[in-house]
Design a protein around this ligand. Structure first.
Ligand SMILES: Cc1cc2nc3c(=O)[nH]c(=O)nc-3n(C[C@H](O)[C@H](O)[C@H](O)COP(=O)(O)OP(=O)(O)OC[C@H]3O[C@@H](n4cnc5c(N)ncnc54)[C@H](O)[C@@H]3O)c2cc1C
Length: 439
């Protein structure tokens, strides 16, 4: 049996998850089970894959294995923007060719649509809102990024609105940003509530086992997957465990494991909230890729996200969490000086997997083995559509969207780990310095 040694470990520190009501205890896998298909990982990708498999093969037995608790994974630790087009205004190639960008947007929109249909069908209570996203800048450099973004959006005929300083202050209620650009096609939601809702409304032929990390595997087919408490045998395996797929021997030396961090305040009092003014809720994406994401939430809390740290084994360590918490504090106080005394209730990290060339790992990876992995930090929409498409591929259903995914490249090889770690740390440090006040 091959041991799976790269496993996620998440504490109970995630504000999105901890502020949800308690849920009945998980049912880990136990004993020996046979299944027609097994999906590993219940983030956005695995949940979409399992749901689609259940829709297309209602008579099949499908097992979904999750190492931890649904909602306490990266999916439920994200900032909750299901985007339609690039997050990162300087993303390589963004807007360079209209055709390429339209394909990317088409995939993301299909992901949004698949999520939205589940939210509507099951009345999932996750604050799902077509609120768009506001890219905001407080520096001249950031403003230049916004101009470049506007040019790119013009080239691909996508709508947006630009706000000057006064209008930005008016909308956000804080005197910090100098320019902003709003695009309408993004959904904002409570991500842990969304993934939990998706898990609670899977088709009846899916057996979800949380707290069931796959710690050993005998690759077949049939494949045998071993967790602490049980074993499941299957002819068809779908990997949807993002960078942790490296633990299964997949794409070794090709993925870049990073942690990014979020913090959440306690709910503001009525008076504190009134002292800000502006719209009651909003979501800001930084104009600079290493800047700070901020959301003003429906329950009166404020969310801050920034800092990328390289972690060879995708581990959240205490020291890095403290460092990220301090960075969040500085970013928060810069934006909300009048709320300097409002503490963070939660600070957490979540594991992402990037590829140097920005390509996903999608499609057939071996005999009876499929994967939908590596969404380069925008996995809410992209992971969802990749999960849906990999399930359709497993069922022999073709589509233009599937062809688009299959036509993409695969992650290219990295430098050896110590050099890679050093390189990523230097690179992220440089980006943070360049971001300056946008952090
Ligand atoms: C702080 C933060 C903010 C973010 N903000 C955004 C955002 O606003 N918008 C956006 O689109 N993206 C955002 N992201 C990125 C997004 O979270 C990821 O792209 C997304 O979660 C990827 O989905 P996934 O299902 O592929 O992987 P994951 O969500 O990582 O799910 C993989 C699952 O596999 C499980 N797993 C791993 N190994 C095993 C094993 N051996 N056995 C069983 N289960 C296993 C894990 O526990 C996990 O639940 C953010 C991420 C972070 C951390």
């Amino acid at each position: 049996m091959g041991a799976v040694t790269l496993l996620p470990r998440y504490d109970r520190d995630n504000g999105w998850f901890e502020t949800l009501p308690e849920r009945p205890p998980a049912t880990p896998l136990s004993g020996r089970v046979d299944a027609d298909v097994v999906v590993v990982g219940a983030g956005f990708t695995g949940l979409a894959a399992a749901r689609r498999l259940g829709e297309l093969r209602p008579d099949a037995s499908i097992v979904l294995l999750e190492a931890g608790l649904v909602g306490n994974n990266a999916a439920g630790r994200s900032s909750g923007f299901a985007i339609d087009h690039a997050h990162n205004l300087r993303a390589k190639g963004f807007g360079d060719t209209a055709e390429h960008e339209r394909r990317q947007i088409g995939l993301n929109r299909a992901g949004q649509e698949y999520l939205g249909s589940a939210v509507a069908a099951h009345g999932i209570d996750c604050g799902w809102q077509w609120a768009g996203k506001t890219h905001a800048a407080c520096t001249t450099r950031g403003a230049r990024h916004l101009e470049h973004f506007a040019d790119s959006l013009d080239r691909i005929d996508e709508p947006y609105e630009v706000f000057d300083e006064a209008a930005t202050v008016d909308r956000l209620g804080i005197d910090f940003y100098r320019h902003s650009l709003h695009t309408p096609g993004t959904v904002q939601m409570q991500p842990a509530a969304l993934v939990r809702g998706l898990a609670d409304h899977l088709p009846a032929n899916i057996a979800l086992h949380e707290e069931s990390p796959v710690t050993g595997i005998d690759l077949g087919p049939p494949h045998e997957l071993h967790t602490g408490g049980g074993t499941v045998r299957t002819p068809e395996l779908v990997l949807a465990n993002n960078g942790f797929a490296e633990g299964f021997g997949i794409a070794r030396g090709r993925l870049i494991p990073v942690i990014t961090w979020g913090s959440m305040t306690r709910p503001l009092t009525h008076q504190e909230s009134a002292s800000i003014g502006g719209d009651r809720t909003w979501g800001v994406i930084p104009a600079d890729p290493s800047g700070t994401t901020v959301r003003r939430l429906d329950d009166g809390r404020i969310l801050v996200r920034n800092v990328y740290s390289y972690s060879r084994r995708s581990r959240i360590d205490g020291l890095a969490r403290e460092r990220a918490g301090r960075a969040h504090r500085r970013s928060f106080e810069r934006r909300f000086p009048g709320l300097a005394r409002v503490p963070f209730e939660y600070t957490w990290g979540g594991a992402l997997s990037m590829a140097r060339n920005g390509q996903p790992l999608f499609g057939r990876l071996g005999d009876g083995l499929l994967g939908a992995l590596v969404h380069n930090g925008t996995g809410i929409s992209r992971g969802t559509i990749c999960g849906r498409l990999v399930a359709e591929m497993a069922c022999g259903e073709g589509s233009d969207l599937l062809d688009m995914m299959l036509a993409m490249g695969r992650p290219n090889r990295n430098l050896p780990a110590p050099v890679l770690g050093w390189g990523v740390r230097m690179y992220t440090r440089r980006l943070q310095l360049q971001a300056g006040r946008e952090m």
